[in-house]
Structure formats: structure tokens, C-alpha cells
Design a protein around this ligand. Structure first.
Ligand SMILES: Nc1ncnc2c1ncn2[C@@H]1O[C@H](COP(=O)(O)OP(=O)(O)OP(=O)(O)O)[C@@H](O)[C@H]1O
Ligand SMILES: [Mg+2]
Length: 297
């Protein structure tokens, strides 16, 4: 049964989509069947895994208004085990068209429940608003992953998000958890980053992921090639950090499951460096490509 994780923060540009794409690609690379759900009319998660704009394709809008089944809207990606439920800009219409519809907050939950047994993880990319789309995502989700930048006002918008989560727990989804708080575009060298991290840890405690995502140009470039960073530059710090995040989540949610080969140390010119053993790494990648998933099964 899939664990459904919504990546949310109503603040714009804090790394939600980058995280949704690269976390789901990293989970898929660990041989876990993963679905990326694009629940943002900007459709950046869809284009980020290589899907062009196509208004006729089945998409999140059609699923939410009941024009098609969720399963018929899934698209394969370049990663064998990663599928995407794409969005189109018409998704914004859900916010007005479903205002008076019955069960309007449960549309995504009902749709994803039909897919739960086919996947290990379902990652939902939310828009930068506390609108009906984010509400649907939080009602469908088992947990919410909050992305944040280490800025001075980082915590300000968060209380509104936490209030929303509390209200959803009260009525619509009592078991909604916080998966964790992820610091993105992080520069550990600055004092500000250290201060904000300390404050976040006081506030969220254990919920702050030990993994942080550094600012890395490869992460910003990859979407213009329609690829997760793993397929664009797998050796980049960006790729490494999202693999680390996947590992942290897998260790917590699937104890005993060995996701990736452990890095080993190698000494070049007397300098110790952590590397991943090349042949094991290749084996891991090949295994991932060879195993196909039968969606109809
Ligand atoms: N770790 C990073 N290093 C460098 N650039 C990044 C990183 N994370 C995100 N970016 C870039 O920052 C911008 C915003 O990131 P992203 O689109 O993931 O945020 P978002 O929260 O999904 O935005 P929105 O609220 O508009 O949906 C993008 O141009 C993205 O490529
Ligand atoms: Mg986004």
C-alpha cells in the first residue's frame, strides 16, 4: 500500500516542485514503484519529467472533475518505476468549478485510493496557495512534507499552514502526519542558515530532516531538459542530496529495506573521498532499468 506524501507550502518558490520531482525519482531509483502527482496548474512537475503541454491528454483536472479514471491518466517517464499523473493549466478551473460539488475535498483521495496498491510511494506536488487543490492533496495524503528556505521570515507563513493542517486533522483527515520539514537551497556556511535551522529545530524538533538540499545549479538546470537531476547529472550535489532524502524517508518508513549501495572511501592523491563503488552503482542502475512494472496487474 502506497504512502502518500504531499509536498506543500503556500509560499511560492521554496523548492516544492524540485523536491517532488527529485524525491520521487530517487525513490523510483531505489526500485520502489513511485507515482508523481502534479496538482499545480503551473504543471512544472509534469514538464520537469519530460511531458510537454497537451490539453487533450488525461490529467489531474479530468480526474478531479470525474471525466476519467486515475489509472487512465498515468504516464510513464524515463525512469522505469516512476509514473506521473500530469497537470495542465486548466487545473486552475477546479477551484471554481467544484465550489458547490459534493465531496469536493475528497476527489483526489478517492482517485488515489484506487492506485494505492500499485505503488510504494505517491508524491503530490501542491500549488503555492491554500486553495481547493492543496486541500484535496492534504486530505488525500498520509503525510505532508514542508519545504522551506532558511530565511529570516521562514516561520511566518508556516503558522498558517500548520493551522490548515490542524483543521484538516480535525475534520477531513484525522491521521494526517507531518513527514518532515526540508531545508532547500541551503547554504550551511551562513550564520543566518545556522540560526534559522536552530529555530526550526526548536519548533519542529525531530521533524526537521537531517538531510538538507544545497543550492545547486544542476537542480535548476535539469527541468529544462525534462529530466530529474539523477538522469541529468547523477554525480551532482543536488542528485546526491535528494538520494539522501529518499534514503532518510525509506529508513523511517520501510525499516530493513536496503535502498542504495553504501558509499565507500577512496583515496586519491592522499585525500580521502567518499565515493559510491562504481560497479555496485551500475548494478543498481541496471536493476532499476530491467525491472518493469505491470500497471494492469
Ligand atoms: N536546491 C536548489 N538549488 C538551485 N536552484 C533551486 C533549488 N531548488 C529549487 N531551485 C530553483 O528555484 C526555483 C523555485 O523552485 P521550485 O519551482 O521547486 O519551487 P516551488 O515551491 O515549487 O515554486 P512554486 O511555489 O511556484 O510552485 C526554480 O527555478 C528551481 O529550479
Ligand atoms: Mg511548484
Amino acid at each position: 500500500m502506497a504512502r502518500i506524501i504531499a509536498v506543500a507550502n503556500q509560499k511560492g518558490g521554496v523548492g516544492k516542485t524540485t523536491t517532488a520531482i527529485n524525491l520521487s525519482a530517487s525513490l523510483a531509483s531505489a526500485n520502489l514503484n513511485t507515482l508523481l502527482v502534479d496538482c499545480d496548474p503551473q504543471s512544472n512537475a509534469s514538464s520537469g519529467v519530460g511531458l510537454g503541454k497537451d490539453p487533450d491528454r488525461n490529467n489531474t483536472y479530468k480526474v478531479l472533475v470525474g471525466d476519467c479514471d486515475a489509472i487512465s491518466a498515468l504516464q510513464p517517464t524515463a525512469l522505469e518505476r516512476l509514473f506521473v499523473l500530469p497537470a495542465h493549466k486548466n487545473l486552475v478551473g477546479v477551484n471554481f468549478e467544484l465550489v458547490d460539488a459534493n465531496e469536493r475535498e475528497f476527489r483526489l483521495r478517492n482517485a488515489l485510493n484506487t492506485l494505492r496498491e500499485k505503488f510504494n510511494f505517491i508524491v503530490v506536488d501542491c500549488p503555492p496557495a491554500l486553495d481547493l487543490l492543496t486541500l484535496n492533496s492534504l486530505v488525500a495524503a498520509d503525510s505532508v512534507l514542508i519545504t522551506m528556505q532558511a530565511e529570516y521570515f521562514a516561520l511566518e507563513g508556516i503558522s498558517e499552514l500548520l493551522d490548515t493542517i490542524e483543521r484538516i486533522r480535525g475534520v477531513l483527515n484525522p491521521t494526517l502526519e507531518i513527514e518532515g520539514v526540508l531545508l532547500t537551497m541551503f547554504d550551511e556556511r551562513t550564520n543566518l542558515a545556522q540560526q534559522v535551522t536552530a529555530e526550526l529545530k526548536r519548533f519542529f524538533g525531530e521533524k526537521v530532516f537531517s538531510t538538507t538540499i544545497p543550492r545547486n545549479v544542476r537542480l535548476a538546470e535539469a527541468p529544462s531538459h525534462g529530466k530529474p537531476v539523477l538522469l541529468y547529472d547523477e554525480k551532482s550535489r543536488g542528485a546526491e542530496s535528494y538520494l539522501q532524502l529518499a534514503k532518510e524517508i525509506i529508513a523511517r518508513r520501510m525499516p530493513g529495506f536496503v535502498a542504495f549501495p553504501e558509499p565507500e572511501t577512496e583515496s586519491t592523491n592522499g585525500e580521502e573521498k567518499r565515493v559510491v563503488n562504481a560497479s555496485r552503482w551500475r548494478g543498481w542502475r541496471e536493476r532499476n532499468k530491467l525491472i518493469t512494472m505491470d500497471l494492469k496487474g
